[in-house]
Every structure is written in structure tokens, then in C-alpha cells.
Design a protein around this ligand. Structure first.
Ligand SMILES: *[C@@H]1O[C@H](CO)[C@@H](O)[C@H](O)[C@H]1NC(C)=O
Ligand SMILES: *[C@@H]1O[C@H](CO)[C@@H](O)[C@H](O)[C@H]1NC(C)=O
Ligand SMILES: *[C@@H]1O[C@H](CO)[C@@H](O)[C@H](O)[C@H]1NC(C)=O
Ligand SMILES: *[C@@H]1O[C@H](CO)[C@@H](O)[C@H](O)[C@H]1NC(C)=O
Ligand SMILES: *[C@@H]1O[C@H](CO)[C@@H](O)[C@H](O)[C@H]1NC(C)=O
Ligand SMILES: CC(=O)N[C@H]1CO[C@H](CO)[C@@H](O)[C@@H]1O
Ligand SMILES: CC(=O)N[C@H]1CO[C@H](CO)[C@@H](O)[C@@H]1O
Length: 561
């Protein structure tokens, strides 16, 4: 039987369209780099629509378009293009994307995660410029094994915010002042500032950050990206410039929850050179990517602590109480139970007169241990005292406008973790925050997690070393006030300022956090609706077109004829 005439014409048009598509590549075939996910990039690479060299070129062009304003990236890996062309050659021979999902994918590292290559690892200082590590940090080496291309280093609040008592967020002596892209002079929050900005604008597929007390969560919140802060010990800190051994954790800034799962999967695991990783309770890291399903919230019990949200923990916070209530409705409609008004009796621990006590857990600097590992150390820096002295003496370090008050305090107290009172103080603190507060509440109310506007999730997790994931929730309305930062010439909140919502759980509950965060993200999907006011224009189509015009006979195939 012949198909009716109209249908036949439609079929003809269809097949003509797909035929012309296979002959001609259109700009729309390339994933827009502002939002490209790992799946988008994998598909394009694995189908030869573009190469890793194209990707690296596109990202370098995008960085150079905006970096003079945003100062998000401090160094580009001089070897990035040659590594990309090695990955391209490997892909032509054949790779197993299931085994190496990050194969040929460019990422940025916060400039405190060391690589044994041409790049510096300075935490944004001149003190460590030119210093050399004996080999890659464990994180960098795991990422390379997963096939990733380390594209460059991202700016940060200098020394991950351990230099000044009140930090200039996003500023480092060597990297300059990083700013966010959602309103002019936006405080990008810190300390993984460049990692948040770069990820949000598609200057790389994703970025790695570190979190001691909000350093992944707050930049994720302010820059409209997903921030994943794993349990301290899930990722190795070996050859990562430390702030506090007890609190530091290496995590991710990505545009989607599933991309965080891919990146965490590549980074998590035990490492004999960081004994905190021996606390990992499973022999094999759970499948975080598989945990990302559309029923991740179903049947979960999730607590909300109103007394935590009433504290002055972070008055800045571009938060919107109505958006948060709507989020609770989304969570309920996904089949989770919200257990409201959970009492967290430790809130005053973080505020008012007892504020000082929260410094106890951070008092140890393992800085000396890190410095001791350096193969080359041009300024002979071996201790926090040397760092403080160098910083005060070298005019490039911006002292005294940028001070050294946090170091001064620790040096004056003279305490470290060999002090007999250190560990008993830590035990006291974790008891107050844990059984008497957060973990106590999880047990008492039988909760899987708690949910709060992101800034309210920071301190408890930091004190306990627990995991948190922050997901974009909204933007401040056009009539919201313009609030300056208390440090630097920056704006803390203003119209269009993004904010996030955070799920917090007990130690090593990452798999459950991924499930809940993914489900929530799929139901709300707000990131793409929030637009930066400045954004690079270079796309993969431009780079591929340029390559094909230059060398039409190369491996261009039928593109852009
Ligand atoms: C690292 O620092 C050295 C010393 O200042 C500099 O010469 C070099 O260009 C830097 N490396 C990169 C990749 O920027
Ligand atoms: C790591 O080593 C320190 C100091 O030796 C010790 O106090 C701590 O309990 C160890 N951590 C783990 C997770 O084994
Ligand atoms: C560092 O120490 C070496 C060896 O003692 C010395 O030659 C060099 O001048 C010192 N560098 C600085 C900047 O003090
Ligand atoms: C650590 O503290 C102890 C006791 O307060 C002190 O004797 C020791 O010198 C300190 N060590 C370091 C590396 O500062
Ligand atoms: C432990 O706490 C006591 C009392 O608050 C304080 O005097 C001491 O300096 C603390 N020790 C350390 C290592 O933080
Ligand atoms: C790659 C890049 O643009 N680096 C810049 C980082 O910031 C410093 C100081 O502002 C500039 O000198 C670098 O060129
Ligand atoms: C400066 C300082 O106190 N460093 C100590 C931090 O903790 C490590 C052990 O984790 C000690 O070896 C350092 O001496």
C-alpha cells in the first residue's frame, strides 16, 4: 500500500533533512559551551564532530575573551594542546569511554592542587612561584588516569583564605581579583572562586576545588553551579596546599549534578599518602553516576532546621525565603517527607560570644609538611612564619592592605596538633556538633539528610568533616538591594545574584546526596534560566570551522562544505 501523498512528502523532507545533515555540519549541531555536559562533549568527541584539540582551543579562546575582567584563570597549561592531541590519537585507535569517561575532556584545578608539569602551584602567592613538587598530587594523577586534560589553574582567595582573618574573597596576589559574572563587581565568594566562575561560564568542562569551611559551597551558591563537598577523607589531599588537615576536602564545581558524580567517581579513593582516606568505609567507591535517578528523593526523610536559618551565620546570602519554601514543596511532591522544625541546639556555637571557638579545629597548619615535600623552593619557605614574613616584605603581596591577621593569630597562639590539648579540644567540638547536634538530630528524627539555603549548611559540615551538595535554586529579583562586601571593592548581593540550596548528610553519605540532588535538579532545572551578564562568545563551531578552512583536506570530513 502506498502511503498517502502528504505523508510521503513529509517522509521525503525528513530523509532529505537527515541526508543534508550528514553532509553539512550546522552550528546547532555543536553543544553550546556555556552549558555543555559531559554527555554532550563525549558524544561530539566519540562521533568525530570535534576533537579534544578543538575543545582546548575553544576553551582557551573563551578564557582570553573574559579573563581580563573576571580573572578566573591564573595559568593555562602550556602542554594542554599536546596532551589533547595525544588523547585524539588514542581515541582514533579506540578507547573505552565507560572506563575513561573523562577521556579528552578539559578541566581546571584550583591553584592549590599541585601538578608536576610547567604549571605553578602557588595558592595565589609569589612565595611559591617557581616552586616544584616531586610528582603530581594524587588528585591530578587520578584525573590524568581517567583521561582528563588539565587545562589550567583557577584563581582562588589567596592561600584558600588562610592568610587574612577577614578574607578578600577571590583575591590573590598572583592572580588578581576574580569577580563573578552575574552582576558587575560581583563578589564570587571563596575560596574556590575561579573554579566557580570558570565552570559557570564554560571556560572548561568543570573545575576541582577545595573546601575547608565553605570554599566550594559558597562559590557554587554565588556562581550558579553545583558544588560537591565530599566527606573529609573521601578524596586525597596529598600535594594539595593545606589549610587545616582536619577540615580540608577536595571536591567539585560542575554545571550539573551528574557531572559532579562523574568527576567525584574519578577522584574518590584511598591513598596511603593521606591517612584520612583510610577512614573510607567501603572497598569499592559506590557508583555515584548510577545513583543519579529520577526517583532519588522518593521515600527520603529530610530535615529542616528553622533555628539554624534564623542565625546570623551569613547575612549576605542572596537567599530568598519563598524560593526555599517552594523547593520544600518540590521535595515533598517528589515523594520525600520534610521533617520541619528540627532543633539543632548547636547554632549558638557558631554565633555571638562563642564564635571564636570555631577556630579551634582549624588551628593546625600542616603547611610545614607540604613545604617539606617541595623539590624546589626558590624562596626557602619552610613554615607559616616564613610565609608571613615573605608576605609582609614582598611588595607584590599587597601588604598591609591585604593583611596576615589569620596567620598572626595562629603564630601568636603557638598551637598545633602536637599540643596535648588539641585533640581533646577537637573531641569536644565534634561532640558538640555531632551527637549533641547534627548527627544526634539525624538519629532522633531518622533523617537521611537535612536541607537548607546553602550558606546555612557550611559551618556544621566544616566542623564535622561531613559532605554537602549545593544545587542552583534561583536568582535575586530585579528590585533587590545592592549590598557591598565588607572587604574589597566588590558587591556581595544585587539583582540577578544566584543562590543555591544544599543537602547535607552524615559521613560518607555521598551516594544518597547524589540521588537527592539529581532528582531535585531534574525537577527544578533553574541553572539555564539564570543568565550571566558577561559571557564568552567562542563556540566549538567557530574553532572547527577555522580548522576546516585552514586544512579542508585534513580530517575535516564533510564539515562546513
Ligand atoms: C610559573 O612561574 C614561573 C616563574 O614566575 C613562570 O616563568 C612560568 O611561566 C609560570 N608557568 C606558567 C604555566 O604560567
Ligand atoms: C591520621 O593520623 C593522625 C596523626 O597520626 C591520627 O590522629 C588520625 O587518627 C589518623 N586518621 C585516620 C583516619 O586514621
Ligand atoms: C635559599 O637557600 C639557598 C641555599 O641555602 C641559597 O643559595 C639561596 O640564596 C636562598 N634563596 C633565598 C631567596 O633566600
Ligand atoms: C607544637 O606545640 C608544641 C607544644 O605547644 C611545641 O612545643 C612545638 O614546638 C610546636 N611545634 C610546631 C611545629 O610549631
Ligand atoms: C584548647 O582549649 C583551651 C580552652 O578553650 C584553650 O586554652 C587551648 O588553647 C586549646 N588548645 C588548642 C590546641 O586549641
Ligand atoms: C592567564 C591569565 O590571564 N593570567 C592573568 C592572571 O592575573 C594576573 C594579574 O592580574 C595577570 O597578570 C595574568 O596575565
Ligand atoms: C604547624 C603545625 O602545627 N603543623 C602540624 C600539623 O599536623 C601535622 C600532622 O597532621 C604535624 O605533623 C604538623 O607538625
Amino acid at each position: 500500500m502506498k502511503p498517502p501523498r502528504a505523508l510521503a512528502t513529509a517522509l521525503q523532507v525528513l530523509s532529505f533533512a537527515s541526508l543534508s545533515q550528514s553532509l553539512l555540519t550546522a552550528d546547532e549541531d555543536f553543544p553550546p559551551l556555556l552549558d555543555a555536559t559531559l554527555t554532550d562533549l563525549r558524544l561530539g568527541l566519540d562521533n568525530n564532530l570535534f576533537t579534544s584539540v578543538d575543545l582546548v582551543n575553544a576553551y582557551i579562546d573563551r578564557i582570553s575573551e573574559v579573563n581580563h575582567v573576571l580573572r578566573a584563570v591564573t595559568e593555562i597549561n602550556p602542554d594542554a594542546l599536546s596532551i589533547a592531541s595525544e588523547r585524539d590519537a588514542e581515541r582514533r585507535v579506540g578507547i573505552d569511554p565507560a572506563k575513561q569517561p573523562l577521556h579528552g575532556i578539559p578541566i581546571l584545578l584550583k591553584n592549590n592542587i599541585a601538578t608536576d608539569d610547567e604549571m605553578n602551584n602557588t595558592a595565589g602567592s609569589y612565595a611559591l612561584l617557581g616552586a616544584k613538587v616531586p610528582h603530581d598530587s594524587t588528585i591530578a594523577s587520578k584525573l590524568r588516569k581517567a583521561g582528563a586534560i588539565i587545562l589550567g589553574k583557577a584563581n582562588l582567595s589567596q592561600w584558600a583564605a588562610s592568610r587574612e582573618a577577614v578574607t578578600h574573597e577571590g583575591w590573590s596576589a598572583h592572580g588578581g581579583q576574580a569577580v563573578g559574572a552575574y552582576f558587575p563587581k560581583q563578589n564570587p565568594r571563596g575560596s574556590s572562586s575561579g573554579s566557580g566562575i570558570s565552570t559557570s561560564l564554560g571556560l572548561a568542562w568543570a573545575a576541582v576545588g577545595t573546601d575547608t569551611g565553605g570554599s566550594i559551597l559558597l562559590p557554587a551558591h554565588a556562581n550558579n553551579v553545583v558544588g560537591f563537598r565530599p566527606t573529609v577523607g573521601l578524596t586525597s589531599r596529598y600535594l594539595v596546599i593545606p589549610y587545616s588537615t582536619r577540615q580540608d576536602t577536595v571536591g567539585t564545581l560542575t554545571r550539573t549534578v551528574k557531572d559532579a558524580a562523574y568527576l567525584m567517581q574519578a577522584m574518590a579513593g584511598r591513598d596511603s599518602r593521606d591517612n584520612y582516606t583510610s577512614a573510607i568505609p567501603f572497598d569499592e567507591i559506590p557508583d555515584y553516576v548510577a545513583a543519579c535517578t529520577n526517583s532519588g528523593l522518593k521515600g527520603k526523610r529530610i530535615g529542616v532546621s528553622r533555628n539554624t536559618m534564623a542565625t546570623d551565620i551569613d547575612p549576605s546570602a542572596n537567599t530568598d525565603p519563598e524560593a526555599f519554601e517552594r523547593a520544600l514543596d518540590v521535595i515533598r511532591s517528589a515523594g520525600a517527607e520534610i521533617v520541619d522544625n528540627v532543633d539543632l541546639p548547636c547554632n549558638d556555637f557558631f554565633t555571638g560570644h562563642s564564635k571564636k571557638r570555631r577556630q579551634i579545629p582549624s588551628a593546625n597548619y600542616s603547611m610545614a609538611d607540604y613545604l617539606d615535600l617541595l623539590k624546589e623552593n626558590p624562596n626557602n619557605i619552610t613554615s607559616v612564619r616564613d610565609l608571613r614574613d615573605f608576605t609582609r616584605d614582598d611588595p607584590q603581596e599587597g601588604f598591609p592592605r591585604f593583611d596576615t591577621t589569620a596567620w598572626d593569630t595562629y603564630l601568636k597562639l603557638g598551637i598545633n596538633d602536637t599540643d596535648p590539648t588539641y585533640w581533646s579540644n577537637v573531641t569536644t567540638v565534634t561532640e558538640i556538633l555531632g551527637p549533641l547536634c547534627f548527627t544526634g538530630a539525624l538519629d532522633k528524627y531518622k533523617l537521611d539528610a537535612m536541607v537548607h539555603p546553602t550558606p546555612y549548611s557550611v559551618l556544621m559540615a566544616a566542623g564535622l568533616g561531613f559532605p554537602v551538595v549545593s544545587v542552583p535554586l534561583g536568582r535575586s529579583p530585579d528590585d533587590s538591594p545592592i549590598v557591598p562586601s565588607d572587604r574589597g571593592n566588590l558587591i556581595l548581593s544585587a539583582p540577578n545574584g544566584p543562590f543555591g540550596i544544599a543537602f547535607s548528610g552524615p559521613a560518607f553519605s555521598e551516594e544518597t546526596l547524589f540521588a537527592m540532588a539529581y532528582d531535585f535538579e531534574q525537577r527544578t532545572n533553574v541553572r539555564k534560566a539564570i543568565k550571566p551578564f558577561i559571557s564568552p562568545k567562542t563556540e566549538l563551531s567557530h574553532v572547527v570551522r577555522k580548522r576546516c578552512l585552514r586544512n579542508p583536506k585534513g580530517d575535516c570530513g564533510k564539515e562546513f562544505r
